[in-house]
Design a protein. Structure first.
Length: 353
């Protein structure tokens, strides 16, 4: 079967990075910086990006990487660099074979900074490009909510492999989505899930572990018999998607349940496993371009679990346009059988604005 090595490396690398992020999640001080666009980044984001890029470069040295973070501000901040280095040094899977598969450890802070900066590919329509979001939902991570470590392999513009590590989601795929799943995130023992998909091979989940990969099971979206019973997921942050438009769409569909708000691509994972049904992300800003690393893994996992993912105009998400989804506006993810019905409601609401 194709992409088995890519899948294994991606799952192990994401799992190892979650060991690092979990450690920071419990710290009061998360070494937060504010980026040029005013969004936050923490030592957890930087450390996870370094670890994952090291593993990709070791196994697939020819591939390009589009990573969210870059190290320029760190180079002037020796203190933070030291903190990240100690996290990176300490993040080891409890399994020698898995560690050796990921490849030799980073050997110096300079190597670590270079690894972070190796996520600088411009993306595009040709070749093998990894899209990496070392912590998606950084605001949720800081608030104590949901977050995800996200990695996808895009080949000639098409997502081939997608992996999401969600340390604060329940392991049980069949557990209904708790209304407060997006708040009070804990990663206590027994929590944490790793979602994965390969194009044409279906989607899986498995419990996160501290060592080798645990056994996986296949996941599927839940059939929606009656759309009025559907549970829809949306971002916590009102600045990232329009809560008002999403509420109007839900109303149009006759949905009565209140939305489940959570940060990160944990939303894609949650609907792919059938815990929720729909994910709506309607743009708030006319100029914002969604980033490929915020969607690539989730898009494939949902589609491989029986879903359809488009933007608000019904176009498939196009990962071939560079670092952003330049041609897409928003996200509408739903089981295949009801996607058109949901999209119709989306267009009616947006059209009447
Ligand atoms: N104006 C905006 N519209 C849509 N998404 C935005 C946005 N500003 C930031 N984002 C993205 O929203 C992501 C989080 O999504 P969500 O709200 O679903 O958790 C962020 O990822 P990071 O947390 O990795 O920076 C960031 O890339
Ligand atoms: Mg960010
Ligand atoms: Mg993100
Ligand atoms: Mg991020």
């Amino acid at each position: 079967m194709p992409y088995q090595k890519e899948l294994k490396v991606a799952e192990l690398a994401v799992q190892r990075a979650t060991l690092l992020t979990k450690q920071v999640f419990h710290e009061k001080a998360k070494g937060t910086l504010s980026k040029d666009d005013k969004s936050p980044v923490t030592i957890g984001d930087f450390g996870a990006q370094a670890l994952i890029i090291q593993a990709i470069r070791h196994n697939f040295p020819q591939d390009e990487i589009v990573g969210e973070e870059e190290a320029s501000t760190l180079r002037q901040n020796k203190d933070l660099t030291k903190q990240i280095w100690s996290l990176v040094e300490g993040a080891r899977l409890d399994d020698a074979e898995a560690e050796s598969e990921l490849g030799g450890p980073l050997e110096s802070t300079e190597q670590m900074l270079q690894a972070i900066d190796a996520g600088n590919s411009g993306g595009g329509a040709k070749g093998r490009i990894w899209a990496l979001d070392p912590i998606d939902g950084t605001k949720g991570f800081l608030r104590g909510g949901q977050y995800a470590v996200c990695l996808a392999l895009i080949e000639d513009g098409d997502v081939k492999v997608g992996v999401l590590g969600c340390p604060n989601l329940p392991v049980d795929d069949s557990a209904p989505l708790a209304a407060d799943v997006g708040e009070h995130g804990t990663d206590e023992e027994g929590k944490g899930v790793l979602f994965a998909a390969v194009q044409g091979q279906g989607a899986t989940s498995r419990p996160l572990s501290r060592g080798s990969l645990k056994p996986s099971q296949s996941i599927n979206m839940k059939p929606v018999k009656d759309i009025t019973d559907a549970t829809f997921c949306e971002s916590v942050e009102a600045g990232h998607s329009s809560h008002a438009d999403q509420a109007a769409i839900a109303k149009k569909l006759g949905i009565t349940r209140t939305s489940v708000r959570m940060d990160s691509q944990a939303k894609y994972g949650s609907i792919a496993r059938g815990a929720g049904d729909l994910y709506l992300r309607l743009p708030v800003s006319k100029t914002y371009q969604e980033k490929i690393w915020d969607h690539a893994a989730g898009d494939l996992i949902v589609r491989e679990a029986g879903g359809q993912v488009t933007d608000a105009e019904g176009k498939r998400l196009d990962f071939s346009k560079g670092r952003t989804l330049a041609e897409n506006k928003g996200v509408v993810a739903a089981p295949k059988a009801v996607h058109e019905q949901v999209l119709t409601a989306v267009m009616e609401v947006l059209g009447s604005k």
